[in-house]
Design a protein around this ligand. Structure first.
Ligand code: ADP
Ligand code: MG
Length: 879
């Protein structure tokens, strides 16, 4: 292979033939897989570098911006000054440990998100080894032949070889929002042409908005125009509402800690206590109040949640959405493919007053003409380049080709006889498409589309004897009857031309058509939808269907899956919607559950009206025009299989299986994760509250320092941290989907949380004080160790109890969260090591406990667990 210049600027001046020769590729065959492998080695992957936002340094700096860390640093300095070197060192070590853990956890979370985003990278359709294939666009090499269709993001810089009405939105590259009409001819080499004028090129990152084309890959990865600009993806704020609330809480806590420590210190010194002793106490208080493990654990719980959602076929592209999902109050869903199987089958074809039903092998002569139209005005293509095999493309069109095959009409042979010379592509707002074919004499235009779209263009009925006048109303009625049975109905029509109509006059080709027939297709609902819709309703989530399909079809399917329960339910059509003003829509939006014949552009109005009503909206979409609504919705949901790249880029979540039930599963998962985060927050803060009570009450009761700062740090970090991470594995509460959604701005600290934290903290503190008093009267040198051990043990019983907010531990079962059980066992072992290993005794200033002393700690912790279970039991009773 000769050297291909991937840096040349002048592809647009060169002829296609010369370029394909230079790239040694036959456009109808593509590269061979061996050649692809060789070129990948040579030119690398088609990836843009440096796409994830935060640098490692920024991440590290973030860890030290935390006010809690600053207070800890202050505590270390004071400890050092008053001469407690071990404590000072311990605090410094702990600061670096927490920051280190925080750093690696954030890095891991960032990596996980980057990996998720990478999974969402677009695919490209190429021809290689003579076969059309779908590959990850990262794998493109120079010389590949890429197929573009409306909705595709251009995967590399392409020199266009052949195209049909291709229009490209280049705003990502040039900032110009008007779409550009492309061509394939070489441009004169005379003048300098800016990117926007290179009409025979399609650049990476731009979007094909209309038509189709194929082109030669001339530059990949960082050599592409967009790679040169090295524009970074827009970086959105990486912290979630919950994390923001936590940050705010951290600031307030810092102030509280400073005030209370200073007050305590001042009061003690004023009373004449030794200054050193009071300084140490103030530091201990500060350390006790700060939940050191909290930020890292929350990040990890969110990131693990996002990863878990991939297993459920929901790919989360932005971390905050894990939380938002849990608060969704209404899901607006497409019908075709999301609620239904998108496995279309032709059910019947009505033509010339006779209905052909699926299964009949011989159609009448009029049916024959309709089938011809159905396969010719059709973009389905055969997988193996026409050599037999399955059909690819829009499921509606594939169904038409397959049904026609059954009655002996083959798309390939029809197309050989009447080759396509021009087309007016389908789009969801026109709801029809037309293709022009060269016939033996003159040309024939075939149109297919929604009956309301096609019938008004028809003036005649086509018969073998010639054209006869048609009765539009009668046909429209027939179409509505078919739709009411849940069928998708398409009308077919044709018009014979002597010469090619003006390609810029869509109207001319789509006027005075002769009607051929009506085709009814069925697309059964997915089996799991009815249950998923029921789940939504019991979880306080409304389900709305928005479709481009006929109102009768939409209603029939909505009834079948349980979105509406009444055959007379109101269906709002796009036409009616267009007539409503903002206020009018606002009045209806809470009642209407089915929207039919809606333009994608109207979806954004529905989103906005729902949001104005206070809803948190999840909206699905797959087309280019869906992008604004996806962006506007609180949770934009794109289709991973069927959708366009544009929709996927605009959405926050990509459904890998295009299934409505997956959205519901993701919502359930979001609720579970947020629930577990709240449990962890409660757990950590209650522990802190216990430590604070202990430290505040001890001097008042004339008891010596019950704990050293190093003990407190150990409890807050290891004892809270390990089980906290394991809470990520806690299964959802049995009633997660039986409760109404939480408001997204609802405080972190739900009602009743503070009293619980204070009272249970007092209980823990009281237990510790009692044990301390007992130890002081028997073996005073063991008292700190006993309190330290009891603190750890009681955290362990507490975390087991807090696993569920209402169910008792017996109901949950000890083994239903094995990671947590493991974390508890490991923590208990570590505690034993701190007590019984002599080397650790001196570092942690502990002493080996006797069996009696250890049993007292175990007993007290179990008693605490029992009391907490009783509290849960009482709460259960009350509900
Ligand atoms: P949805 O996916 O929400 O059901 P679409 O916007 O895809 O709606 O389609 C709207 C209408 O356009 C359909 O009800 C059908 O009548 C018509 N239609 C859909 N696909 C095609 C196609 N490939 N060719 C012609 N008409 C189509
Ligand atoms: Mg569709």
């Amino acid at each position: 292979m000769g050297v291909i210049s991937t840096d040349s600027q002048n592809w647009h001046h060169r002829e296609v033939d010369a370029l394909t020769k230079e790239h040694q590729v036959d456009p109808s065959y593509g590269l061979s897989h061996l050649e692809v492998a060789a070129r990948r080695l040579r030119y690398g992957t088609n990836a843009l570098e440096n796409r994830t936002g935060r640098t490692k340094l920024a991440l590290l700096a973030d860890q030290f911006k935390n006010p809690m860390v600053i207070i800890l640093l202050g505590a270390a300095i004071i400890s050092g000054v008053i001469g407690d070197a071990i404590d000072a060192l311990a605090i410094v070590v702990i600061i670096f440990l927490t920051s280190g853990i925080g750093f690696f956890q954030s890095l891991r979370a960032d990596r996980a998100m980057a990996a998720l985003q990478a999974m969402a990278t677009p695919q490209a359709t190429v021809i290689r080894d003579g076969q059309i294939q779908l590959i990850a666009s990262d794998c493109l090499v120079p010389g590949d032949i890429v197929y573009l269709e409306a909705g595709n993001q251009v995967p590399a810089d392409l020199r266009l070889i052949e195209l049909s009405q291709l229009r490209v939105d280049e705003s990502a590259l040039t900032g110009e929002s008007v779409t550009v009409c492309k061509q394939s001819a070489a441009l004169p080499a005379s003048a300098y042409s800016p990117l926007g004028d290179r009409l025979n090129m399609a650049f990476r990152g731009t979007i094909a908005s209309h038509g189709r084309a194929h082109g030669l890959v001339v530059a990949i990865g960082m050599s592409t125009e967009i790679g040169k600009i090295a524009r970074l993806l827009d970086q959105n704020d990486p912290s979630t509402p919950l994390q923001k609330q936590l940050a705010l809480f951290g600031k307030r806590l810092a102030i509280f800690v400073i005030v209370i420590s200073a007050a305590f210190f001042g009061a003690g010194v004023w009373r004449g206590e030794p200054v050193m002793q009071m300084a140490l106490l103030a530091i201990s208080l500060a350390v006790a109040a700060i939940p050191e493990a909290l930020p890292a654990v929350v990040t990890v719980l969110l990131a693990l949640g996002a990863r878990h959602m991939v297993g459920l076929h929901a790919l989360v592209r932005r971390l905050p959405l894990v939380e938002t999902l849990g608060s969704v109050t209404v899901i607006c869903s497409d019908k075709t493919g999301t609620l239904t199987q998108n496995c279309m089958q032709v059910e019947c074809l009505a033509a010339g007053g006779r209905v052909w039903e699926s299964g009949e092998s011989v159609p009448g002569p009029l049916h024959h003409a309709a089938w011809q139209a159905a396969v010719l005005c059709n973009d389905a293509r055969q997988a193996n380049g026409g050599l037999g095999g399955g059909w690819l493309g829009d499921p509606t069109e594939v169904a038409l080709v397959e049904a026609a095959n059954f009655v002996g009409i083959n798309k390939n042979s029809e197309q050989l006889r009447w080759p396509r010379v021009q087309e007016y592509p389908f789009d969801s707002s026109r709801r029809r498409m037309t293709t022009l074919h060269k016939a033996e004499v003159g040309f024939i235009a075939f149109t297919k589309g929604a009956p309301e779209s096609v019938l008004p263009c028809c003036q005649f009925k086509w018969t073998t004897e010639g054209l006869i006048p048609l009765d539009q109303d009668e046909l429209m009625q027939q179409a509505t009857m078919m739709a009411a049975q849940g069928m998708r109905v398409l009308a077919l029509a044709r018009r014979d031309h002597l010469a090619i109509p003006d390609p810029n006059q869509t109207l001319e080709a789509e006027q005075q058509l002769a009607f051929l027939g009506l085709i009814g297709l069925i697309d059964p609902p997915r089996v799991e939808i009815a249950a998923a819709v029921r789940d939504c309703l019991s979880a306080g989530i409304a389900v709305i269907m928005i479709t481009g399909d006929h109102p009768a079809t939409a209603l029939a399917i909505a009834l079948r899956v349980g979105i509406v329960s009444d055959a007379e339910a109101k269906v709002l059509t796009g036409q009616e919607l267009a007539l409503l003003d903002k206020g009018g829509l606002l009045e209806q939006v809470d009642q209407v559950k089915v929207y039919a014949r809606v333009d994608p552009a109207q979806k954004i109005r529905i989103v906005e009206a729902l949001q104005a009503r206070g809803h948190v909206v999840a909206m699905t979409g797959d087309g280019i025009n869906d992008a604004p609504a996806l962006q506007r919705a609180d949770v934009g949901v794109a289709m991973g299989k069927g959708g366009t790249d544009v929709a996927r880029q605009a959405a926050g979540i990509v459904l890998l299986d295009d299934n409505f039930a997956t959205i519901v599963a993701a919502i359930r998962e979001g609720r579970r994760i947020v629930g577990n985060i709240r449990k962890f927050i409660r757990y950590a803060l209650t522990g802190n509250s216990g430590e604070m009570w202990l430290l505040l009450l001890a001097p008042m009761l004339m008891l010596p320092m019950p704990l050293l700062p190093i003990h407190i740090l150990w409890v807050n970090l290891v004892t809270d941290g390990l089980p906290g991470l394991a809470l990520a594995a806690e299964p959802a509460e049995r009633n997660v989907m039986l409760q109404p959604p939480r408001a997204p701005d609802e405080s972190l600290f739900s009602i009743g949380m503070w009293p619980h934290i204070l009272v249970v903290g007092l209980l823990i503190g009281g237990l510790c004080l009692t044990v301390q008093a007992w130890a002081l009267s028997t073996t005073p040198e063991h008292s700190q160790t006993m309190v330290f051990t009891l603190m750890t043990f009681s955290q362990m019983t507490y975390v087991m109890v807090i696993r569920s907010e209402s169910q008792s531990l017996w109901r949950l079962g000890l083994y239903s969260n094995l990671p947590l059980l493991g974390a508890v066992v490991v923590t208990l072992f570590l505690q034993m090591a701190l007590i019984y290993i002599p080397a650790l005794n001196s570092v942690f200033q502990t002493a080996p406990l006797s069996l009696v002393e250890l049993s007292i700690c175990v007993g007290a912790a179990l008693a605490l667990g029992l009391l907490l279970e009783i509290e849960k039991g009482l709460l259960r009773r009350k509900i």
